[in-house]
Design a protein around this ligand. Structure first.
Ligand SMILES: Nc1nc2c(ncn2[C@@H]2O[C@H](COP(=O)(O)OP(=O)(O)O)[C@@H](O)[C@H]2O)c(=O)[nH]1
Ligand SMILES: [Mg+2]
Length: 197
C-alpha cells in the first residue's frame, strides 16, 4: 500500500489469482466494464485467447477526503510462477482467488492455491483474500461445494477470508467480491465512493 500524501491518494494492489481458465480475465473485464473503464484494461493474451502473462488495469475512486487508486492484476499459477510473480505479487494488498467450481477441477484449484501458500508462507494468513467460486451457472455438472474447498485450506487461520459464488460471464457476484476485498483492506472506509472519470 502506498500513501500519496501530496495527492491525498491511497494506492493498493489487488491480484486476481487462480488456475488457468477459471475466469480471472472474465471477472476483471466485468469489473472494468461495470465502471465504464474497459479502456483502462490491458490484457496480454496469446493467440488462443488465454492470458499469457496477465491483465492489468487501474481503477480510481474518490472518497470524501482521500482518493483510492487500485492497481488490478490477474495471474495464472504456472505462468505467473515462472516469470511475472516477483513484480506482481510484491506488495499485494488483497487477492481474489478465482476457483473453477467444477468438481473435476478441484486438484487444479488446490494446486494453484498451494502455490500461493508456498510463495507467501505464514504471511498468507495476513493477506485479505476473497475466494470466488466461479462458474456457478454450470448446473449440469458436478459442482464443487464451498466445503469441498474450505476443508483443504486452514480457513480459521486467515484474518480476512471470505467465500463468494460468482458467475463471471454474467457478472454475478463480481462487484460484491471486489468490494468485500476493499472492505477487508480498509475496514473503516466509507464505501459511498464514486469512480473518477
Ligand atoms: N459457464 C461459465 N463460463 C465461464 C465463467 N467465467 C468464465 N467462463 C469461461 O471460462 C473460460 C476461461 O475464462 P477466462 O476468464 O479467460 O479465464 P482465465 O484463464 O482465468 O483468465 C472462457 O471461455 C470463459 O468464457 C462462468 O462464470 N461460467
Ligand atoms: Mg486470463
Amino acid at each position: 500500500m502506498i500513501y500519496d500524501f501530496e495527492n491525498k491518494t491511497l494506492q493498493v494492489k489487488i491480484v486476481y489469482y487462480g488456475p488457468a481458465m477459471s475466469g480471472k480475465t472474465t471477472s476483471i473485464k466485468h469489473l472494468f466494464s461495470y465502471f465504464n473503464k474497459e479502456d483502462m484494461l490491458e490484457s496480454i493474451d496469446n493467440s488462443v485467447g488465454r492470458t499469457l502473462f496477465f491483465d492489468f488495469g487501474v481503477l480510481q475512486f474518490k472518497g470524501t477526503e482521500w482518493g483510492l487508486k487500485c492497481l488490478i492484476y490477474s495471474a495464472t499459477g504456472q505462468d505467473f510462477y515462472a516469470s511475472t510473480r516477483p513484480a506482481t505479487l510484491n506488495g499485494v494488498d488483497g487477492i481474489i482467488f478465482v476457483v473453477d467450481s467444477q468438481l473435476e477441477y478441484l486438484e487444479h484449484n488446490l494446486c494453484s492455491w498451494n502455490e500461493l501458500k508456498t510463495l507467501f508462507g505464514e504471511e498468507i494468513y495476513n493477506i485479505p483474500i476473497v475466494i470466488a467460486l466461479n462458474k456457478c451457472d454450470l448446473d449440469n455438472i458436478k459442482k464443487l461445494k464451498e466445503l469441498d474447498f474450505v476443508s483443504h485450506i486452514n480457513y480459521d487461520r486467515f484474518k480476512n477470508l471470505s467465500l463468494k459464488k460468482t458467475i463471471a460471464i454474467k457478472g454475478e457476484g463480481i462487484i460484491a467480491s471486489f468490494f468485500q476485498l476493499i472492505r477487508f483492506i480498509f475496514p473503516q472506509l466509507n464505501l459511498k465512493i464514486s469512480v473518477i472519470n
